[in-house]
Design a protein around this ligand. Structure first.
Ligand code: ADP
Ligand code: ZN
Ligand code: ZN
Length: 656
């Protein structure tokens, strides 16, 4: 690819700092540095990294340009066209150009000699499956028009992946590139192996286990046009593919598509922007669409295609709910009986619990004391094997206590079970069974997750117990029983998406059962079985769930009927954070005449994290473009308070 050489003189550099604008530096002697090079430059009294985004023969008036400190990488990471995308991301999410580029391109500095994972010596591609009638109809519809936005709404196990892969093949055959996005957790060996086989030599896989330099090597292959298919998680949406023809967004509902740091972009939104610019197609898919996507389908802005049957001999599993208020926790009599039955039949079980550790609350029965993190407004989790009480937000840890630190009473107790507790319970009830736990504590070592998954698949494990990690993307022929140990873990979060998350998690986890045999069985344990999100999930009543949820959102004028912009102010000095939030809220009230409502300021539900007090202001608007435009000058004129940090979150997925 030809890069415009920028020449000698002065360079405009986008610095990775939260300050708007580009900064001019004196170019180094010698070879001209091309646009897209990575450099380090002096910034105030610090040295920061930045990207060359332009050149000039003289510095802007009144600017004394300092020299560049060092050239980190003279091989360009992007070209001029790519800056257009970066600029859109920067504006949409209120970040600086340098911060935005730093999030978009790989962070490594040196090219490695490690061979790429292109899989050039992979065996020949297997034949495509003969598509079902519904799959064929979906694929035909996607290629009916030269572009467009499509949604494959298919029950779990209905062969969405096959539709995506064949759409990718057709796009590549047309000489155009494909970006295939999926949640990090779904980037399993199983899927990657089959993608590498099928797209041998033309695929680049960007998964989190790549070293930074491997990632850079893949990036360069993509820029050279050698990888026509890029498979990866959220940030792969920024892959610099030439001639983009298709973006696939699998598991569209997944929260991991939203970035948790600046710029807080949503891969779905960036993808929509990219396909619109490129005149490309976008295909989203899920068994449990987000409420926003459901709304877009209802309005016809996403073309909906349904896959209603399981294709590999399975059927939708039978679901039943167990009320934990009148049974034993963490394993109800009903669940224990079903586990025994499944084992006796020589089949396997998966147990799902979205909570790590042994116990979640330490409390004193004498004085009511609760053990909380010193730096965060959350309780500590007891990890029995590590013999520690740990904060899951900041990592703070202390030795467990047998006595109340406040009143000295010995009448203390732990409650609220996690995966470690369930594992112990299983081991003591069924000492002869092979039980494996999969969560971030249990699979710390490299390769441990893959080994466990492989031995479960091979039938060497009877019960697989885990968190999110077992919820998605895994297909195991031998599984008969799926138990959701507690369906309520996210239900009582102070967040308008709590019901949606709970519903989708149950449907997704339940979908692990009965994929290959029609006798799948799912047991859902709950303290609130009458809750509508749980009831609808058990009954697999999708239409009813989305209709109810949309009408609640419409009554409140919440997304998808309005958009939110969340402004979080955090500081070690609680009073400073509160005052800054106060002042920003009042500036918003004056400056955002297009907004429907400015909520707050108020303490965030997670009011302290890592020693930082957090306050937020929530802007709700039905005129997003106007409000977004009005917000820029407000933010520019908000004089930053010392030690107070502002996080701007456009379309937040979490309000905690
Ligand atoms: P989803 O992504 O919808 O949950 P998958 O793509 O994992 O479903 O497909 C479920 C199973 O169905 C897989 O084992 C897949 O190989 C199989 N499958 C997909 N399409 C077909 C087909 N046309 N004929 C037979 N089996 C199929
Ligand atoms: Zn006490
Ligand atoms: Zn903490």
């Amino acid at each position: 690819m030809d890069e415009p050489a920028v020449g000698h003189g002065f360079l405009d550099v986008a610095c990775n700092v939260p300050v708007d604008g580009v900064f001019t530096y004196r170019a180094p002697e010698g070879e001209p540095l091309p646009l897209g090079s990575k450099v380090s430059v002096p910034f105030g009294r610090r040295t920061v990294t930045g990207y060359v985004v332009g050149s000039r023969t003289t510095p802007p008036d009144g600017v004394t340009a300092r020299p560049i400190t060092r050239v980190i990488d003279p091989d360009p990471l992007f070209d001029e066209g790519y800056l257009g995308l970066a600029d859109w991301v920067r504006r949409m999410y209120f970040a600086s150009l340098g911060e935005t580029l730093a999030a978009m391109v790989p962070g490594a500095t040196r090219e490695s000699s490690i061979p790429s994972l292109g899989g050039d010596d992979a065996p020949p591609a297997p034949e495509d499956l003969a598509l079902s009638r519904e799959q064929t109809a979906a694929l035909d519809r996607i290629f009916d028009a030269p572009g467009g936005l499509f949604y494959v709404h298919g029950i779990t196990g209905s062969g969405k992946t096959e539709v995506f892969l064949q759409a990718a093949e057709r796009t590549i055959a047309d000489g155009r590139s494909v970006i295939y996005l999926m949640p990090e957790i779904a980037l399993t060996h199983q899927l990657l192996d089959s993608v590498r086989d099928r797209f041998a030599g033309v695929v680049a896989v960007l998964h989190s286990r790549l070293t930074p330099s491997q990632r850079l090597t893949e990036w360069r292959r993509i820029r050279r046009g050698e990888a026509m298919l890029v498979v990866g998680a959220r940030s792969a949406v920024f892959a610099p593919v030439p001639r983009l023809g298709l973006i696939v967004l699998d598991e569209e509902h997944d929260g991991s598509y939203k970035s948790g740091s600046t710029p807080r972009y949503h891969a779905r939104q960036v993808a929509m922007k990219r396909v619109a610019e490129a005149g490309a197609r976008m295909v989203l898919g899920s068994a449990t669409p987000s409420v926003e996507a459901w709304h877009l389908m209802r309005e016809g802005r996403l073309v909906r295609m349904n896959l209603t049957e399981r294709l590999s001999g399975g059927a939708m599993p039978a679901l039943e709910v167990v009320d934990l208020r009148s049974d034993e926790e963490p394993l109800s009599r009903r669940l224990v009986a079903a586990l025994k039955e499944t084992h006796a039949a020589g089949r396997q079980s998966i147990l799902f619990l979205n909570r790590r550790g042994f116990a979640h609350f330490f409390h004193c029965r004498t004085c009511g004391f609760e053990m909380r993190c010193r730096h965060c407004s959350v309780g500590l989790t007891y990890h029995k094997r590590r013999n520690l009480m740990v904060c899951h937000y900041c990592g703070y840890r202390i030795a467990p206590v047998a006595q109340c630190p406040d009143c000295g009473s010995f009448d203390v107790g732990y409650s609220g079970f996690g995966t470690e507790r369930v594992e112990e319970e299983l081991a003591s009830r069924f000492p002869e069974w092979r039980i494996a736990r999969v969560d971030t504590d249990a699979v710390r070592r490299k390769g441990a997750l893959e080994r466990t998954i492989a031995s479960f698949r091979a039938g060497e494990i009877d019960v697989l117990l885990g968190t999110q990690m077992v919820a998605k993307g895994l297909n195991f022929p031998g599984v008969k029983l799926v138990g959701i140990v507690l369906a309520d873990t996210g239900l009582h979060m102070p967040d308008f998406r709590a019901a949606e998350r709970t519903f989708s998690l149950i449907v997704q986890v339940a979908g692990r059962a009965g994929r290959f045999h029609p006798d799948g069985h799912v047991i859902v344990q709950s303290y609130a079985p009458e809750n509508p999100a749980i009831r609808r999930a058990i009954g697999h009543e999708l239409d009813a769930f989305y209709a109810d949820e949309l009408s609640v959102r419409e009554d409140l004028t919440f997304p998808p009927y309005a958009r939110l912009i969340r402004l979080v102010l955090r500081s070690r000095d609680g009073e400073a954070a509160r005052a800054a939030a106060e002042s920003l809220a009042s500036m918003c009230r004056h400056g955002l005449s297009s907004a429907d409502q400015i909520l707050g300021p108020s303490e965030c539900p997670l009011s302290v994290v890592s020693g930082n007090a957090r306050h937020h202001v929530l802007v709700r608007t039905t005129r997003f473009g106007a409000t977004h435009a009005e917000l820029s000058p407000v933010l520019r004129s908000a004089s930053p308070l010392r030690g107070v940090h502002l996080e701007i979150d456009v379309d937040p997925v979490s309000l905690l």
